[in-house]
Design a protein around this ligand. Structure first.
Ligand code: CS2
Length: 484
């Protein structure tokens, strides 16, 4: 199929394909998004597409890729159009999304992206740059030695990091007398708005005390909880979409029907009136975010490492393995005990998670979830583990999840599995130490367990020793049996 999806061909798509029914030529950019990966395209862009369809035409998205040109090369020839496939056991539903007006590639022309962010019509800059995109140290503060941070301060106006782009654009707006945008983090970090605000303020201070004060006093960084499972697109997904559309879509995204986005309502410059089911504007996102990070993402990471060790390659396969399932159930009990009493029903959330994780039609790869464990595990597993230990509560499933990570790292160092990590070399070396107790201690030290490190080590190292002695499969069975 050589014909490409684009504006001209929208009208001729088969009737079953949902598509923008609004006049895209009338849509103006109101949002710049940093990090135009599959998640953004199946999440925020879908909600914005709904707003545009409802006639709120000032909120089109200019999306930017901070690294590779791949998404731009796929989407710009399609006038920004692409397909979202909602997939479950009942089949696939196809919808062409029109919210992204164009895609920029930041490294090719950083000044163009800064200019797009400084446009007075842009009132929101949202981000999905993954955990490591926040250029933090493991204690959560700005990594002032990070090469991108040093670069961005030295070569102002041609940034590389997300913080560099935000600060340069805010400085340009300030100079032009344009009010700041709201910075909207859509990454899986605890208190992502406050986290972003603290990092951005520090970065701005390093530029000038004046910019630091401006960011602290004037820039809203709204927190959000984002929740939708979006596996990486495969070639067979592409082929299937091309068949359904009758034209080529170079980069569709496939997701589950579930959709949730809880947003702290702090938009001094205005915001779209999003009515998408699953979107909630609230005063305090924290209870939603803790529940999601600890129950969904915590279970995901547990399934990733235990599942890989058990020989599975995707979430549904791992989740239907009775041993992995028992571990996840135990983790849910332990992590739910750490959640604030805010009226949210964590049992109901876990019951829905069980259905979502069991979605066999969605082949969500464990290597994808296992990637960047050193950035993910602190908030997903180590923090609730620490809280349980400090309160004298049970934490053995949480500790086992960390032991599985270490065991998976050890095998990753021998060339097995495909997950990556910004600290992979160091982690695989630490994990391979002959003394399991030393391996556990050194790796736990990276996870921020504070005064509970020794107590955590006392739970993690016996599991690691068991894995080394009996092999992963037998060890996981023993740990699972004990957790039931
Ligand atoms: C996953 C998340 O890859 C991962 O680490 O745990 O991307 C997860 O699918 C989303 O947060 C679901 O909302």
């Amino acid at each position: 199929m050589t014909e490409r999806l684009d504006t001209q061909r929208l009208a001729a798509l088969p009737a079953a394909i949902l598509r923008p029914a609004y006049d895209r030529a009338a849509v103006r950019p109101g949002i710049v998004h940093l990090g135009v990966g599959a998640f953004h395209r199946a999440h925020e862009a879908v909600a914005i597409d709904d707003c545009l369809a409802a006639g709120d035409s000032g909120w089109g998205i200019v999306a930017a890729s901070l690294r590779s040109p791949d998404t731009r090369d796929a989407l710009n020839p399609q006038d920004g159009l692409y397909t979202v496939v909602d997939r479950d056991s009942e089949g696939d539903r196809f919808r062409v999304i029109g919210a992204i007006l164009r895609v920029l590639v930041a490294p090719e022309d950083p000044a163009a992206l800064v200019a797009a962010m400084a446009d007075p019509n842009v009132r929101i800059v949202s981000l999905t740059v993954t955990e490591k995109g926040y250029t933090r140290r493991s204690d959560g503060t700005l990594d002032e030695d990070h090469p991108d941070i040093r670069h961005d301060l030295a070569e102002w106006g041609r940034p590389r990091s997300a913080l560099g782009f935000l600060a340069a654009a805010l400085e340009a707006r300030k100079a032009a007398g344009v009010p700041p945008f709201t910075a909207l983090s859509c990454d899986n970090l605890p208190s992502n708005g406050a986290t972003l605000k603290a990092l951005l303020t520090r970065f701005a201070e390093l530029r000038s005390p004046e910019l630091g004060t401006y960011v602290r006093d004037k820039v809203a960084c709204s927190s959000t909880m984002v929740d939708r499972i979006v596996p990486a697109t495969t070639d067979s997904d592409r082929a299937l979409v091309d068949d359904a559309l009758g034209v080529t879509d170079a980069w569709p995204v496939v997701t589950e029907p579930y959709y949730s986005w809880v947003i702290e309502d702090d938009f001094p410059a205005g915001r779209p009136d999003i009515r998408t089911p699953g979107v909630l504007f609230v005063e305090d996102v924290a209870p939603y975010e803790l529940m999601k990070l600890r129950l969904l993402n915590g279970a995901h990471s547990t399934l990733a490492y235990a599942g890989l060790l058990l020989g599975h390659d995707n979430v549904a396969a791992a989740f239907t393995d009775p041993d992995a399932r028992a571990l996840v159930d135990a983790l849910w009990r332990e992590s739910a005990a750490t959640l604030p009493d805010a009226g949210l029903d964590s049992d109901d959330y876990c019951a829905r998670l069980a259905i979502r994780f069991g979605n066999r039609a969605l082949r969500h790869k464990l290597d994808q979830i296992g990637t960047d464990g050193s950035e993910k595990l602190p908030q997903r597993i180590a923090m609730p583990l620490r809280e349980n230990l400090a309160a004298g509560r049970k934490a053995s499933a949480q500790a086992s999840a960390i032991a599985f990570w270490i065991a998976a790292l050890e095998r990753r160092g021998k060339g097995e599995f495909a997950f990556t990590d910004p600290r992979l070399d160091r982690l695989t070396t630490l994990a391979a130490q002959a003394d399991a107790n030393a391996a556990a201690g050194d790796i736990l030290a990276l996870l921020g367990l504070g005064d509970q490190l020794e107590a955590a080590r006392a739970l993690v190292s016996p599991v690691l020793e068991l894995i080394r002695r009996e092999g992963a499969r037998a060890a996981i069975r023993t740990v699972a049996a004990a957790s039931r």
